[in-house]
Design a protein around this ligand. Structure first.
Ligand SMILES: C[S@@+](CC[C@H](N)C(=O)[O-])C[C@H]1O[C@@H](n2cnc3c(N)ncnc32)[C@H](O)[C@@H]1O
Length: 255
């Protein structure tokens, strides 16, 4: 087993459950047939985790829903390696990782094939002029609209008030409908982490989750970055949204 960062980075290239841009070649995409064959299914029922890092959401979801297929996407091979290794150790055949830029999603994910997109703790890109890199900027919402099925949903979790406000602004502009905003998902227990490392159930969340069809324990899956943010006392916000047709006007075609 590779032990250091460089070793993990090299090994990610050969893991059977990772596909990366260097083996595909720039601008070479993946079609529906690739995914059907990869997952050994006759039709796709996809969920994506974007900026997945070590893939905690994809891993939790893939174990919970063996009949669905999950794709974790990030550009950092060393982080993906950890999620991919765990998926192999768990024997998960319904989870695959892509080491590609999310900016090029249209090359890799077929139109209207996705039911859910999870975006936990993506970079808020706070510097002026960098807003278009945010994963809830109009050009990304356009792409999500293209790959989502009708009624598909995007789940955003963030500790960044700026990213939360920016995302709500896109909703205000009509580029997405708001499904649900929970400004502080751990309200009621103040994010207190128990001896077992668990944050426990959050205030009103379990009932609210059930009412909205999200298993409560999924909202409180904790990624590497979420644990760090909770430890430093940050407030964790959840926003559920559905990109609208208006977002499509912001599509930026690839070269
Ligand atoms: C703050 S980390 C969060 C990782 C993980 N979701 C978590 O919560 O622990 C942000 C991740 O987004 C990835 N990322 C940022 N922009 C990206 C892009 N355009 N394409 C692919 N990955 C990107 C980075 O490589 C990094 O792993």
């Amino acid at each position: 087993m590779a032990k250091n960062k460089l070793g993990r980075y090299a090994e990610v290239e050969v893991l059977p459950n990772v596909t990366e841009v260097s083996e595909l070649g720039m601008w070479k995409g993946l079609d529906e047939a690739f995914w059907l064959q990869t997952f050994g299914v006759e039709s796709l029922d996809l969920t994506l985790e974007l900026a997945c890092g070590k893939g905690e959401y994809a891993l939790a979801l893939a174990q919970r829903y063996p009949e669905r297929q999950f794709i974790g996407i990030d550009i950092k091979g060393e982080r993906l390696w950890r999620g991919a290794k765990e998926a192999l150790d768990l024997g998960l055949t319904n989870l695959h990782f892509l080491r590609v830029y999310i900016d090029h999603l249209e090359l890799y994910i077929p139109e209207a094939s996705v039911d859910e997109i999870w975006i936990p703790f993506s970079d808020p890109y706070l510097k002026q002029g960098k807003e278009s890199k945010r994963l809830t900027s109009p050009r990304f919402l356009a792409e999500y609209r293209r790959i989502l099925r009708p009624n598909g949903i995007v789940h955003v979790k963030t500790d960044s008030p700026e990213l939360a406000d920016y995302t709500r602004e896109q909703i205000g502009e009509g580029l997405a409908e708001c499904a649900w905003v929970e400004p502080d998902i751990y309200a009621g227990n103040n994010g207190v982490v128990g001896d077992d490392g668990d944050v426990g159930s959050a205030g009103m969340i379990p009932e609210e989750c059930s009412r909205r069809g999200i298993p409560p324990e999924l909202l409180t899956v904790q990624t590497y970055y979420e644990k760090k943010h909770i430890a430093s006392g940050r407030t964790i916000c959840y926003i559920g949204l559905r990109p609208t047709r208006l977002a499509l006007a912001h599509h930026i075609p690839l070269k």
